[in-house]
Write a protein that binds this ligand. Structure first.
Ligand code: ZN
Length: 475
């Protein structure tokens, strides 16, 4: 078991994960008011793969990712959809499970829902009121920020730069503008509420994570993760809620950077592929995972068709490598190097450097560079054990399927031919064939439509007809 260090947002220092304790990881999951996008998929992929790596090193690991299924945004979106909010949230939660399942990385060990954690939430709020850290006001309950001296230690903000981002109407109920809501009284137009000592209402946002983390991982746990946009106020408030009543809470804070995109492009051509399900349909799960780990987790990551095409080319390179260098023995997620290369061979030292990169603040781009370094070496000249070593590394990154997939002749060759239509839109060959198939179907030329579908199949694509029209799904 090697030492794994993560840069802690709170101290700004690399901190080692304690190998003698369970490596409990709590990562904030989505608020389910719409289908999730690539930005939500980044923490899902980063923390799932971190858990996978830690397990492969022999750490006892437990990953918890929550689902926020009651929230102002959900009430608003359900009203727009003309559906009861509980039904709408359940539908979006199911869609979130379905979309993330398609990433092929397995599921977290626990995925608690806010609406199923109400008793624990009410109990923690009662403790906070009893200890003077919270107060009831007009059926709401607020955290008294000035009662907690360490407030602000995670985000290092001056009080004047702190904005809880709460509705203007709550200002008159607060003792101090920095105070934040723990419980919200039931309001006209909200179709869900729960009984509490302060009357009917619902939890505010931050409190659920303090409760779920402790219920699933104990009062002190290894890593609390989430996007860097959650540092303030969400994580600052989680610390206050938990530490004010004597829970030590997270030992390391780990934040992933945001996905950045060109707003003008997003509103036109790239808007739909930003949705995770669309990106998976179009590029396949391996390219989506490869894209999401192509940059260091702490850095922002640019998103666009160009970056996705680069990821497609990367996974294509790996598929081609396995076509030319078939794996001779089973790899597997193991702390050991494969038996092929357990000595001082090039594949063994690559695996060592790969694992060191991940142990050093989960540096996935450096780890990927080791994978591609070995691929390049083995493409130049025969390297004994290279395919097995590449597979062993890809297992840890959730990409081992690249060694197992059927490769379709001709797909790579066609991939490079890009068709530019008259109005300047760039189409891939498969998109052109799909459009031709639609034309043939509209003209009731089913023979031609079927021939085009077969041609797409040869190129590695399945045509899936959906309510929004046909889609290409990698076979
Ligand atoms: Zn959270």
């Amino acid at each position: 078991m090697r030492e794994v260090r993560i840069r802690d947002t709170l101290s700004g220092e690399p901190r080692a994960i304690d190998p003698t304790e369970e490596a409990g990881i709590y990562a904030c999951g989505p608020t389910v008011y719409s289908r999730i996008h690539i930005g939500n998929a980044r923490p899902y992929v980063v923390f799932s793969l971190l858990a996978r790596f830690l397990r492969s090193e022999g750490y006892r690991t437990r990953l918890v990712v929550n689902v926020t299924d009651v929230n102002d945004k959900i009430y608003a979106a359900a009203a727009r959809a003309g559906e009861p909010s509980a039904e709408f949230a359940a539908k979006m939660t199911a869609a979130y499970f379905e979309d993330t399942e398609r990433l092929g990385l397995g599921r977290p060990d626990a995925e608690p829902l806010a609406t199923e954690t109400i008793a624990g939430i009410v109990a923690l709020i009662e403790d906070l009121i009893a200890s003077g850290h919270a107060y009831e006001s007009g059926g709401d309950v607020y955290f008294r920020v000035r009662s907690f001296g360490a407030y602000g230690k995670l985000s290092n903000r001056r009080p004047e730069d702190m904005d809880q981002g709460e509705e203007a109407g709550s200002a008159s109920l607060k003792e101090n503008r920095l105070d934040f809501a723990l419980w919200k009284a039931h309001k006209e137009g909200e179709d869900t509420h729960w009984d509490s000592p302060w009357g009917p209402g619902r939890p505010a946002w931050h409190i659920e994570c303090s409760v779920m983390a402790e219920q699933e991982l104990g009062a002190s746990f290894a890593i609390h993760g989430g996007g860097s946009d959650l540092v303030f106020p969400h994580h600052e408030n989680e610390i206050a809620q938990s530490e004010a009543v004597g829970r030590p809470f997270a030992r390391i804070w780990m934040h992933n950077g945001m996905i950045e995109s060109d707003a003008a492009k997003m509103s036109k051509s790239e808007g739909n592929i930003f949705q995770l399900s669309e990106a998976l349909d179009r590029f396949g799960r391996e390219a989506v995972v490869a894209y999401l780990i192509s940059g260091h987790y702490r850095q922002p990551l640019a998103f666009g068709a160009e970056q996705m095409e680069q990821a497609v080319a990367q996974v294509e390179r790996l598929r081609n490598f396995f076509r030319e260098h078939p794996v001779r023995e089973a790899g597997g997620v193991s702390a050991e190097t494969p038996s092929c290369c357990s000595d001082e061979t090039p594949p063994a030292s690559r695996i060592e450097s790969f694992r060191e990169a991940l142990a050093d603040d989960f540096n996935t781009p450096r780890a990927l560079a080791e994978v591609f370094g070995l691929v390049a070496e083995a493409n130049r000249e025969e390297v004994h054990g290279a395919p097995e070593a590449v597979l062993a590394m890809l297992e840890i990154l959730g990409l081992s399927s690249l060694a197992k997939e059927k490769v379709h002749e001709g797909a790579a060759e066609l991939k490079s031919q890009v068709v530019v239509q008259a109005h300047g839109e760039v189409l891939r060959p498969e998109d052109v064939l799909l459009a031709e198939r639609e034309e043939a179907r509209a003209a009731r030329d089913f023979e031609r439509a079927d021939a085009l579908r077969d041609r797409l199949a040869e190129m590695g694509w399945t045509v899936r007809d959906s309510a929004d029209g046909p889609k290409l799904v990698p076979r």
